[in-house]
Design a protein around this ligand. Structure first.
Ligand SMILES: [Zn+2]
Length: 358
């Protein structure tokens, strides 16, 4: 299935992940890397005399100051603190080498449609639609400015990249979505902004981080009104506060969650034969995680047309939507194929040992 070269790459990817991954201990956040997008010769998006690199740096430094002042238990590192050019993968390397527990990349958006507005927070995943792809292309485009490092960049749709993506999702997706949801809530409730929600896409800057990571698009520089807000001291303070409040909530939740052990609810209203033991198997059991959401799952959600019986695990504000449990790995893998065929592309296998998610 793979050529020897591909196999070698896959092995390298596995080894680098397992040897360097600083898995979150006790779910606690001790060190965050703040990544101001672009910089130096790469201005990012430019509109109405405002450069994305300047907005990103200013908001990033403000977020860092708030964390340093109010969350003394968390160490803050930056990928850049001045107007300098930093390569995309260098940003992830900084976070990995410092064994950070979380990576936050801060950007501002742009679109050819001048009426596009609102914030969005991305977690690493497959491109879901053309609109996300447009943002990804723009944010990944900086590679063309990075001379001599082409060999570092792999095709995100290649088999080895897919394996890395899958591993990243198994280890870090829940926490990334959990934080992303908190950020978007604060943008709505604290900053009074329009939120375009939490999204998944294949950003190269997130792709090599061995920790939960998000990429925040603060708003559209190409929207005249939003650009004025993004460029203003007041606007930048409000945006930084929103991200800080979300981060503080996230850190505190993780500290008190005792490693985020899930509370399991059976969706009994959908499960005609209620059996209290149906999702508890001794020894090893499997489920397919279909997706995760920061919102309550409506009872008429489309997932119910794919699976009659689902289970929901709640961790903080995050709900993980899963199939029922089975002792047959083959059956769980079949459910994953079924989910993917129905459009739930990020479905993956979850293993339980004596009822505890591994
Ligand atoms: Zn950007």
């Amino acid at each position: 299935m793979f050529t020897p070269k591909q196999r070698q790459l896959i092995l390298k990817v596995f080894l680098s992940l397992f040897l360097s991954a600083p898995f979150i201990l006790n779910g606690q956040i001790h060190h965050v890397v703040l990544d101001a997008g672009h910089g130096g010769k790469d201005p990012g998006a430019v509109a109405f005399n405002t450069q994305e690199k300047d907005v990103a740096l200013s908001v990033t430094l403000k977020v860092g100051k708030l964390i340093e002042k109010h969350l003394s238990s968390v160490e803050v590192s930056y990928s850049r603190e001045t107007d300098k050019f930093v390569e995309l993968f260098q940003r992830a390397k900084i976070a990995n080498s410092r064994e950070a527990d979380f990576f936050i990349s801060i950007h501002a958006n742009a679109a050819s449609n001048a009426s596009a507005r609102g914030t969005e927070t991305f977690v690493l995943g497959l491109h879901r639609n053309d609109a996300n792809l447009e943002v990804v292309r723009r944010e990944n485009a900086v590679i063309s400015l990075e001379g001599g490092y082409e060999q570092e960049y792999v095709d995100i749709t290649s088999p080895e990249a897919q394996i890395l993506l899958e591993l990243h999702q198994q280890n870090y997706l829940d926490q990334s979505i959990q934080f992303a949801s908190l950020v978007e809530s604060r943008f709505i409730n604290h900053a009074g902004l329009k939120s375009r929600g939490v999204k998944q896409a294949g950003f190269l800057v997130l792709y090599k981080t061995s920790m939960p990571s998000v990429l925040i698009e603060l708003g559209f520089l190409t929207h005249r009104e939003e650009c004025v807000f993004l460029a203003s001291e007041t606007g930048q303070n409000i945006l930084a506060e929103s991200i800080f409040f979300a981060f503080r909530d996230f850190v505190e939740k993780n500290a008190s969650n005792n490693n985020g052990h899930a509370i399991e609810h059976n969706t009994t209203d959908r499960n005609e034969e209620v059996d209290n033991t149906s999702s508890v198997h001794s020894g090893i059991a499997y489920k397919a995680q279909l997706f995760a959401t920061g919102k309550e799952l409506p009872s008429d959600h489309a997932i119910y047309s794919v699976f009659n019986s689902i289970t929901i695990e709640t961790v903080g504000v995050l709900s993980r939507i899963l199939t029922e449990s089975t002792s047959s790995k083959a059956e769980a893998l079949q459910w994953i194929r079924q989910a993917k065929a129905a459009g739930y592309e990020d479905a993956y296998l979850v293993t339980y040992l004596n009822g505890i998610r591994q």
